[in-house]
Design a binder for this molecule. Structure first.
Ligand code: 5RP
Length: 296
């Protein structure tokens, strides 16, 4: 029990100052509960409103991906430069030190390997486990137009229902099948569906006319990096995505498969958080990478 308040000083209720009632900084996110917003606020930087998410969950369907053979060696040095880590709970528990105070986005879907039909995914994690490891969001893919479109949509909606019960945001990932056209019309459809079905954040690919994709999506969009590109091209893509309304990147191979991954993630940060032009960020990459002869 504290002692009784016997101070003789006059109390100050600041009656001339109305209590602040600020809107939450993220697009479309004002009406969530406190824990839900707090989790989003750990993924996204509240100054820039953006995030550099490092994606290395690829092993959940394709095993030891190039650059991820030993995440303890290749990924841990990158972690301090990421705002959030997107990974599986297996890698989280086996390799990520709990003392690493980083937001985590957990892959929550799975099932088929690269040897089978990828759209045949199910929810592969209980929400209780995401809470147990203090995750900031969980992720599942939606295969719009894919063989198991409806099943993947139900995965998203089931995860959203489970997430809403405990204040856990869901990242909806738009998976584009091998035979599908990756254009603005398709990406608008897939991202908007994810948001309408309850995803708090949507991850998709950068395409021409991207500003129409971000305009039509009521929640933040982050872009995947996709296949490894020359570093300057990847920085140009990130810059254009941000300029056209993306709230950040969820980039994997273009960082961890870079010749100089730490230099690359630092350059990506500059583009995402400071609007640095890609050419300037590339110079920074070269300087940090000590690869003066590197060609873009
Ligand atoms: C797999 C994923 C991956 O996490 C992500 O898309 C891969 O990132 P990148 O394309 O940048 O390597 O969601 O479907």
């Amino acid at each position: 029990m504290p002692e009784a308040d016997v101070s003789k000083a006059e109390k100050n209720y600041y009656t001339d100052q109305p209590q602040k009632n600020e809107a939450f900084f993220l697009k479309g996110s004002n009406n969530y509960d406190w824990g839900f917003k707090n989790r989003l606020g750990r993924i996204f930087n509240c100054e820039s409103g953006r995030t550099v998410m490092l994606a290395f969950d690829h092993g959940y369907f394709q095993g030891p991906t190039t650059g991820l053979e030993r995440p303890d060696i290749t990924i841990l040095p990158l972690a301090p430069f990421a705002d959030a880590l997107m990974l599986t709970r297996g890698i989280l528990r086996s390799l990520i030190p709990p003392s690493l105070a980083k937001a985590t986005v957990l892959r929550a879907s799975g099932g088929p390997s690269i040897l089978k039909e990828l759209s045949n995914e199910h929810i592969a994690m209980n929400m209780e486990d995401a809470v147990r490891v203090n995750a900031c969001a969980v992720a599942t893919q939606v295969f719009v137009g894919g063989e198991n479109e409806t099943q993947s949509v139900m995965n998203l909606t089931n995860l959203v229902d489970a997430g809403n019960r405990v204040g856990m945001p869901v990242l909806g990932v738009t998976a584009v099948g091998k035979d599908m056209v990756r254009d603005a019309k398709y990406i608008r459809l897939a991202t908007r569906m994810c948001a309408e079905l309850g995803a708090a954040v949507v991850k998709t690919y950068f395409v021409p006319e991207f500003e129409t994709v971000t305009a039509a999506c009521p929640v933040p969009i982050v872009i995947a990096g996709g296949k490894k590109l020359p570093e300057l091209d990847a920085l140009k893509m990130a810059y254009e995505a941000i300029r056209q309304g993306a709230a950040g990147v969820d980039m994997g191979r273009n960082i961890f498969q870079s010749e100089a991954p730490v230099a690359m993630i630092k350059a990506v940060r500059k583009v995402v958080h400071d609007n640095m032009k890609p050419e300037q960020a590339f110079e920074l990459f070269l300087a940090h990478a000590n690869l003066k002869k590197h060609k873009a």
